[in-house]
Design a protein around this ligand. Structure first.
Ligand code: PRX
Length: 649
């Protein structure tokens, strides 16, 4: 224990040889950027290819920002054409390995051709600039191709994670008003096939805005794929007839690039809207400097493209930098618990970016798995999605990084588009579990409830805010600007601060330690899940009268879902019903939202004003002694809750 404390208190400065070769190794970058953030970001935007240069760097009409006004560019040109023309035509852009072990490499020239073909396919299906396209695919290269093809023709994409249910897909298609859906017959997961096309068909039943469905033949059994003639089209058939030349549309910097749905504190997902020039500037710059990308790197971000991490750090950030991106379709423990380490050895991965929940699972599985493999190709590690505990950080450092790789613990959100708080690997002395400090050009503070900052130089805990607009920030919520203003900007409206929803500590040296959400959003294995969303799914079941959901501490997932449910009059509790309720949530939203435990109770503990006492529920779920219950309307509820009919399997 004492040893761990000592290690935790340790600082890890960059090794001299790493710092010497790093893309950034001069700490004055922080001051230079802070002195004139607009000039800093404009300098970064210069790295991109613009078909028309901007007139104005930024415009801030709180809470609406615009960046690089008057500028025109195309994201797919920046990710592909400029590299093909600039000497990287034969360089690997995407190296893919499927779960069954099939591999495929696309050079920049080949990826460019595939994207052009698919852009032509989209146009031939009537997709025009401004039309939305929903993408519901496994982690296969076609996901990146589809996104880049949408970007090429100016059709904003909305990627829906393949683990989401038919209902979730339907809701997102409806909200975005998408015209076209791109899916696959299925994807491989732990040796089985996730039948995406079946879910897609259910999502499209009844009224829909979708006119056509383009289907990737991933599992190789076209005859077994349910088909609606006239509506459904095979990707490979359309692409084989398409030309591999497609002239990219010059988009305005502020044209919508994509919508990505994420959970908020109400049941309805929020369509985060990102635009073109600012987003690409943010993704490109952060990717280059935080991961210290070099031309000979083989870079692997393990996130699925269905999340923002997949957007910014599997597709747009690395490809815009001309990097080689490794992509893997399946599970980390298939066929065995060393799959990741085997992949790193086989593909000579140099940069690995993954989530604390995965690291904690690896820890539990034991060091024998990474020890079986040569991981010496790795030179930098990253972490994202949730707070990393010091034990996991140190395990990652030692057993994966061989004590030589810097670790970048990166804090950001779907809304921020790009990493906001992070070490710079050639500059920062990292501390296990601290995300270091705001990226150059980003202005953050830790403030109290009134918005007043912690005293200068002092240590303290509070709420994380971003005080100035940044290029890759969300522009609004799709179709709901009022909610955009309310969720992010109303809490500190007088100061004009962006409220992130996270608690943070700032230590005396100015380093930030992220402490998790302060709202009703859970973080389950690095995925954002709203308590309301799960509660709505539960009360949707005919047997349920009322439900309350909390995130309880979990040693691998960070948080796990605990649900408290009261049944309707006359419904008898049974183990079968409990299993059915859990399955109902998985079916309504997706498997990641399946509650770990379910408590059936006669009543939920409420305050006199009718608010559910979640703190109490958390105490019960985590098996702690109950805290203060004096505000409870009916204190006897607690004792009945303790005698609940439980299922903690
Ligand atoms: O609570 C923070 C947590 O994840 C939330 C954002 O989730 P999402 O939009 O799904 O994006 C995840 C990937 C960027 C944040 O509000 N979070 C993300 N990264 C970290 C983190 N918490 C602590 N440390 C991190 N490095």
């Amino acid at each position: 224990m004492a040893e761990l404390e000592q290690e935790v208190a340790q600082k890890f400065p960059p090794a001299a040889d790493f710092a010497a070769q790093a893309n950034w190794n001069d700490p004055t970058i922080y001051e230079t950027a802070a002195a004139d953030p607009d000039a800093f970001w404009a300098g970064q935007a210069e790295q991109l290819v613009w078909s028309r240069k901007w007139d104005t760097v930024s415009e801030w009409n709180p809470p609406h920002a615009k960046w690089f006004l008057g500028g025109q560019l195309n994201v797919s040109v920046n990710c592909l054409d400029r590299h093909v023309e600039g000497g990287r035509a034969d360089k690997a852009a995407i190296v893919f390995e499927g779960e069954p072990g099939d591999t495929k490499t696309y050079t920049y020239a080949e990826l460019h051709q595939e994207v052009c073909k698919f852009a032509n396919v989209l146009q031939s299906q009537g997709v025009q600039r401004g039309d939305r396209v929903t993408i519901y695919l496994p982690m296969i290269p076609e996901a990146a191709i589809a996104m880049l093809a949408c970007a090429r023709i100016g059709a904003p994409h909305s990627v829906v994670f393949g683990g989401f249910s038919a209902d979730s897909l339907r809701e997102r298609i409806h909200d975005s008003g998408s015209k076209l859906l791109i899916t696959a017959d299925g994807g491989w997961r732990r040796g089985g096939v996730v039948k995406l096309k079946e879910a897609a068909d259910q999502a499209l039943a009844g009224e829909t805005t979708i006119e056509h469905v383009i289907v990737v033949n991933r599992t190789g059994k076209p005859e077994e794929t349910p088909w609606t003639a006239g509506r459904d089209l095979w990707w490979h058939e359309l692409a084989s007839d398409a030309s591999d030349q497609n002239e990219a549309v010059a988009l305005d910097s502020e044209d919508l690039l994509f919508i990505l749905y994420t959970s908020g504190s109400t049941g309805k997902p929020k369509g985060i809207a990102h635009t073109t020039g600012g987003y690409l500037t943010g993704a490109t710059t952060t990717c280059k400097y935080i991961f210290d990308l070099k031309d000979d790197d083989v870079y692997w971000c393990t996130a699925d493209v269905g999340w923002i991490t997949g957007h910014s750090y599997v597709v747009y950030g690395p490809l815009s930098n001309g990097a080689t991106v490794f992509m893997y379709e399946g599970a980390p423990d298939w066929p065995a618990r060393d799959r990741f380490w085997e992949l790193i050895e086989k593909h000579k991965i140099t940069i690995l970016y993954t989530a604390p929940t995965a690291i904690r699972a690896f820890m539990k599985w034991g060091t024998e798995w990474p020890e079986k493999h040569d991981l010496s190709s790795l030179r930098l590690l990253g972490s994202v999605g949730e707070p990393i505990n010091p034990e996991a950080w140190l395990w990652y450092h030692k057993n994966v990084g061989g004590e030589r790789c810097p670790i970048v613990d990166t804090w950001w959100q779907t809304e921020t588009g790009a990493i906001m708080i992070t070490p710079l690997p050639g500059i920062s002395a990292t501390k296990p579990a601290s995300a270091s400090r705001p990226f150059p050009g980003v202005s953050a503070l830790v403030v109290d409830e009134k918005g007043d900052p912690l005293p200068e130089g002092g240590e303290g805990v509070g709420l994380l805010v971003i005080t100035k607009p940044w290029p890759s920030m969300l522009r609004t919520l799709w179709g709901d600007d009022a909610r955009y203003k309310e969720v992010y900007w109303s809490k500190f409206a007088d100061k004009g601060y962006y409220f992130a929803g996270d608690g943070a500590k700032r230590d005396a040296e100015g380093d930030y330690w992220l402490l998790g959400r302060v709202d009703d959003v859970m973080n389950v294995a690095g995925h954002r899940v709203s308590t309301m969303e799960v509660e709505s799914a539960l009360v949707d079941h005919p047997s349920v009268a009322e439900a309350a959901v909390i995130g309880k501490a979990h040693d691998i997932k960070g948080q796990a879902i605990s649900a408290f449910v009261t049944l309707k009059e006359g419904i008898e509790p049974s183990p079968e019903l409990m299993a059915e309720l859990k399955a109902h949530v998985a079916k309504k939203i997706g498997a990641i939202c399946r509650p770990d435990d379910l408590f059936l109770t006669a009543e939920l503990p409420k305050t006199r004003s009718g608010k559910i006492m979640r703190r109490l529920l958390r105490d019960i779920a985590e098996g702690r002694a109950l805290g203060d219950t004096t505000t409870l309307a009916d204190p006897s509820v607690v004792s009945s809750l303790k005698d609940k009919y439980t299922d903690e399997s």
